[in-house]
Design a binder for this molecule. Structure first.
Ligand code: ADP
Ligand code: MG
Length: 610
């Protein structure tokens, strides 16, 4: 994970608001005026009291009464409109960010997602993005509002006497900035030594998150959003991984653990590991709920401190203005109004104080989202480049290709030719790099050295969409979507007719099987295709490839899960279909290799023709 400072994350997140700047300004203005209305209801009350006591005032009790009514009404309407505006911005942006994340994932797929924690990804896509709602709906505008409001109220109170204005300014700063900073520093130094454990957060949590944010607004009482506030709140200098980041990361790990446990349920049961798995789940959950409890305690302490300080400052204001009055510097209204004004104007500062406790988890979530957006794909998509001619496919050629995963050399100086219209067999021991070679031909990964040419054009200068259109890759594991068999096949050719689908299934020797299913081609495939056998899945994968009808067919162990009867049918189809089609056929089975025109053996990191 890349480490960014809170400031860097905030700057990037704010950058996304650009298209909605108008709404943001509107929200800030409405919030600002709304808070002024609320404060002036009390302040006008002060004027009414002065009027009743017979003091000379600018406004009479009657005007005050009308104004108070008006302000109360305005406050309600503005509050509603401000919240509406903020949430409009937030959810629009969440949709935009989700869109960006999915685009990024598409670019990264498949190489960068191989071996990546899927549960953690789900947690980023769902709960982390969801958490940004707090930032967009409840962070940007409160900060701006608090700033404006502090300036205006300090000036208003300062108009009675500059010293009182300064006192008010100090009060706002202490409540809105100093207290959150101090409590977070204190709590973080304690938390760092105890940082361990996991939380009760799963994929399901997202829904709760959303509901919570809607109902609690600024309060930030949801455990997932109440982060331990590290030294670096916005503008903070420390980009190290803080407690909130740790918390988000561990939540992601827990999602992975749950997903993993679900997938491995049969193994867990078979080997009697249920108790152990449950114990680990409990330990992780307890750990994280402990963390949540601590976070709550911190925000509770924060609130208690803020309330105490507010009372103290109110008393100070009363005392200071009374002293000034005694000294003849201000009259009685200079005592009553500033005290009432300060008393009624802590709203925006409290909103800021509340933010402190949630901001770190928001930034931690933002950091994780930015990580995905910033990740560079292994092989970037080529949008320009040469387009391949489907009709005149000229075969594939690898010349002295070397490739490593990280430092691990897999292929070295491998050369191979897939003659057009021929079946090229590739065999070799397990782990020798056969599947890797096919992935290189697909340009999922890039070669370290050497060149791969398709139809005589270097792979690096072929338009990616055109390349994918010319190649059908049947992997060792066929993924089936939670949908009908027909729709699962159709992804290979969206406008395929019934006849084409059926013909492809016959070639893949799976039509008869489909017809025995209760709803034929409309039968839904269970989650992850686990209601089908390995062989059935494999044949559906082949049917997809036949349907795609690309001139270059890459088959990775297409017969590994088949009995000899089905193998024979498929090999026959391949031979017949092979007319005019170029096939790269990976298999360790001698029987499958029989149909190949040329066989290469990938061995000890070099390609050797046999
Ligand atoms: N994404 C990956 N990252 C790192 N190592 C990998 C990755 N994919 C495969 N490998 C390793 O590369 C080697 C070759 O894998 P593979 O091409 O799948 O072999 P084969 O298909 O010949 O059995 C294996 O040792 C495997 O563990
Ligand atoms: Mg393989």
């Amino acid at each position: 994970m890349k480490r960014r400072s809170g400031f860097a994350v905030m700057a990037r997140l704010i950058g996304l608001v650009k298209p909605l700047t108008g709404y943001m300004i509107l929200a800030v203005l409405m919030g600002f005026i709304g808070h002024l209305c609320a404060a002036f209801i009390t302040i006008l009350g002060g004027f009414a009291v002065l009027d009743v006591l017979g003091y000379e005032t600018a406004i009479g009790a009657k005007t005050v009464f009308i104004c108070v009514l008006l302000f109360a009404l305005l406050r309600a309407v503005l509050r509603y409109a401000e919240q509406g505006c903020n949430h409009y911005i937030a959810f629009k942006l969440l949709a935009l960010i989700r869109d960006k994340v999915f685009q990024a994932l598409r670019k990264l797929c498949p190489a960068k997602l191989e071996g990546r924690d899927k549960g953690d990804l789900i947690s980023v896509i769902t709960s982390d993005i969801e958490l940004l709602e707090v930032f967009y709906a409840h962070t940007i505008s409160p900060v701006a509002i608090a700033f404006l409001f502090t300036v205006v109220m300090s000036l208003f109170i300062g108009a009675f006497h500059p010293a009182l204005g300064l006192l008010a300014l100090a009060a706002y700063l202490v409540v809105g900035v100093v207290i959150p900073l101090v409590t977070s520093r204190l709590s973080n130094s304690g938390a760092r030594t105890r940082r361990s454990g996991f939380g009760r957060e799963s994929i399901v949590k997202v829904v709760a998150d959303r509901e919570c944010s809607e109902s609690t607004g600024l309060a930030g009482t949801d455990p997932a959003r109440t982060g331990l506030n590290n030294a670096g709140i916005p503008g903070g200098k420390s980009p190290r991984r803080n407690a909130a980041m740790e918390f988000r990361a561990k939540s992601g790990e827990l999602s992975s653990f749950v997903l993993d446990s679900l997938r491995g349920l049969p193994e867990t049961l078979q080997y009697g590991q249920g108790e152990a798995r449950l114990a680990e789940m409990n330990a992780r959950t307890d750990g994280l709920s402990g963390d949540e409890r601590r976070m709550k305690r911190i925000s509770g302490r924060n609130m208690a401190a803020a309330n105490t300080v507010i009372l103290l400052f109110d008393l100070c204001m009363l005392f200071a203005s009374a002293m000034l009055c005694q000294a003849g510097k201000v009259d009685f209204s200079g005592v009553l109004i500033p005290t009432a004004a300060l008393f009624a104007s802590f709203g925006p500062a409290i909103a800021l104080a509340n933010l402190g406790s949630t901001l770190q988890s928001t930034f931690a979530a933002g950091n994780r989202v930015l990580d995905i957006l910033d990740e560079e794909p292994v092989a970037e998509e080529i949008t320009g480049g040469a387009a391949l001619d489907r009709m005149a496919f000229g075969g594939a050629k690898a010349e002295k290709v070397s490739f490593s995963y990280g430092n691990e050399r897999i292929l070295e100086d491998l050369s191979l030719v897939c003659e057009p219209g021929r079946i090229t067999g590739i065999t070799g021991k397990s782990g020798s790099g056969k599947s890797t070679l096919l992935k290189l031909l697909m340009r999922f990964w890039k070669t370290d050295s050497g060149d791969i040419r398709i139809s005589g054009v270097s792979l690096h200068s072929i338009n990616t969409a055109s390349l994918r259109d010319c190649e059908s890759f049947v992997t060792q594991e066929t993924h089936l979507f939670h949908d009908s068999i027909r729709n699962n096949l159709r992804i290979a050719k969206l406008d395929a007719t019934e006849e084409e689908i059926e013909a492809a299934c016959r070639k893949a020797s799976v039509h008869d099987f489909i017809m025995t299913l209760p709803n034929g081609y409309d039968t839904p495939v269970g989650e992850l295709g686990d209601t089908l056998s390995g062989g059935e899945r494999q044949r559906l994968g082949l049917a997809r490839a036949f349907l795609h009808n690309a001139p270059f067919l890459l088959l990775d162990e297409p017969t590994s899960n088949l009995d000899s009867l089905n193998e024979a049918v498929i090999l026959k189809s391949l031979c017949e279909e092979g007319e005019g089609r170029t096939v790269a056929l990976v298999s360790h089975r001698q029987s499958t290799m029989r149909i190949a025109d040329t066989v290469y053996t990938v061995e000890s990191k070099t390609g050797r023709k046999s």
